[in-house]
Design a binder for this molecule. Structure first.
Ligand code: SAH
Length: 456
């Protein structure tokens, strides 16, 4: 059949960029057909080469700029866009913040159908680079040596990178050093196609305040020749490293971590501080990647909750307990739940080391534990939720409503599911009274929001 499409691969057009997609791509329309274009900003006129033309939309590449946007800032390295490490790195920071506020406005009107509430200006970061406290870096064999970097967007082609721009510089340096050490010990890089070789990923976590570092070496086989010796050398050459873990992932899969892990050097966790309290963080536990902005996020959440001594608080999706333990001193009781057992072990330990005694934690799915607590007659005055990208399960919302809390503080890393859930709460008798985006992920398209919902 003859291809009837108007726009075809390898054609060139001159277009005007009319919008920025939620992923930070410039959007142009050619007779109604949308083309998504990297490194192109609204208002710019560009010559574009069509790279891919699907039925409903296509992708293009800028060949030259006829005009440039005043919102553009110099791009340090093209690879930041090509890999998706920092898809907004070409947009001035103040415009990134406005872009995120607008994203939230859009979903609140289009998905939640709520127009009364004002979306506050995004809380930004003073120095919006070099902030990430965690890196997960694929390791491959290239030209006879080990290579580290990031995949090109929508592919598994490794682009070698040394300066990741948004990671703490100490982490960038540690990645290069660990790679050199592995090279010295002739550890074989992983081959994804054949599921061969040994080292798959290097994961590094670094306490923002403590500077303690954990290195996780993800290997394909449990048997790791000279693994302990390698770990010892990593500690000697990078003294901040207090923990080297081996995680074993034998499967041919995109999932980074396997189930099994071993300590190769030191302890199985690092410690860090957040709002003056100390936290133990294990390899499998979630921990927010931008410590400075997380403090602002939690402070906003606590201000929205207007806590009083009589309050009973549920900290749902608690991770290692950071939110609940930050506010426990100000309330009567905190209940927290979380899916990952290691995270709950951390939360319990964290309560102990911070001498917090009015908290209770349980492992399980939030929706299941919530129902159980509701049936037991637990009556929270405030429920704080911080779910993953897919948002809340409807059963969770039902149990929450049964408990009838005065306030629900919703922390969201995905505006679309937040808007969907906000709609559900509004239909069940709550009102969205405050919405505050906080920029946890500068230079990227990710949007974090805190909202206050109040019972009528
Ligand atoms: N509040 C914490 C963690 C937020 S991230 C913090 O600020 O650090 C979301 C957490 O939800 C993760 O720890 C994840 O393990 C957990 N999680 C994911 N799905 C879940 C579910 N269905 N029930 C309970 N917890 C879940």
């Amino acid at each position: 059949m003859k291809d009837q499409r108007l726009i075809k691969k390898n054609e060139r057009y001159t277009v005007e960029i009319i919008d920025l997609s939620y992923e930070g791509m410039g959007v142009a329309k050619i007779e109604g057909y949308p083309l998504f274009i990297e490194n192109a900003l609204p208002g710019e006129r560009v010559e574009v080469l069509v790279l891919k033309a699907g039925n409903k939309f296509g992708y293009g590449k800028v060949e030259s700029w006829l005009t440039k946007s005043p919102a553009r800032q110099p791009l340090k390295d093209n690879r930041l866009l090509r890999t998706g490490i920092a898809p907004l790195a070409h947009l001035k920071y103040e415009d990134q913040l406005a872009f995120k506020q607008k994203q939230v406005e859009n979903v609140m009107s289009k998905i939640a159908h709520i127009s009364e509430v004002e979306i506050l200006p995004t809380i930004g970061m003073d120095v919006p680079v070099g902030y990430r406290n965690k890196a997960q870096i694929p390791v491959r064999r290239m030209n006879g040596r080990l290579a580290t970097g990031f995949y090109k967007k929508n592919s598994h082609d490794l682009v070698e990178i040394e300066d990741y721009y948004i990671q703490e510089p100490a982490i960038d340096q540690a990645i290069a050093r660990v790679r050199e050490i592995l090279q010295r010990f002739q550890v074989r890089g992983y081959n994804e196609v054949k599921n061969e070789g040994q080292i798959r990923h290097i994961i590094i976590r670094r306490g923002h305040y403590s500077h303690e570092m954990m290195v996780v070496l993800v290997t394909r086989k449990e048997k790791f020749f000279k693994g302990r010796e390698i770990a010892q050398v990593i500690h000697e050459e990078i003294p901040e490293v207090v923990s080297v873990m081996q995680n074993i992932n034998e499967e041919k899969t995109n999932v980074i971590l396997g189930d099994k892990e071993k300590i190769l050097y030191g302890r199985s966790y690092i410690e860090d501080q957040l709002l003056g309290k100390t936290y133990r963080i294990s390899a499998k536990s979630f921990y927010q990647v931008n410590t400075q902005q997380t403090e602002k996020l939690y402070q906003t959440a606590m201000a929205f909750a207007q806590l009083e001594k009589k309050d009973v608080v549920i900290d749902a999706y608690s991770g290692i307990g950071t939110i609940g333990l930050s506010l426990a001193d100000r309330v009567k009781k905190v209940y927290g739940m979380e899916l990952i057992p290691e995270a709950i072990e951390d939360a319990q330990f964290n309560a102990l080391i911070n001498k917090v005694t009015n908290v209770h934690y349980e492992v399980g799915k939030a929706e299941t534990v919530m129902k159980k607590w509701q049936e037991k007659g637990i009556k929270p005055s405030v429920i704080i939720v911080d779910p993953p990208r897919k948002g809340l399960d409807h059963k969770f919302i039902e149990s929450a409503i049964e408990m009838s809390p005065e306030k629900i503080v919703y922390i969201s890393c995905n505006p679309a599911t937040f808007a969907r859930d906000a709609r559900a709460f509004v239909e069940l008798g709550y009102e969205v009274s405050k919405v505050q985006p906080v920029d946890l992920f500068p230079q990227t398209h990710h949007v974090e929001t805190v909202a206050l919902l109040q019972r009528h």
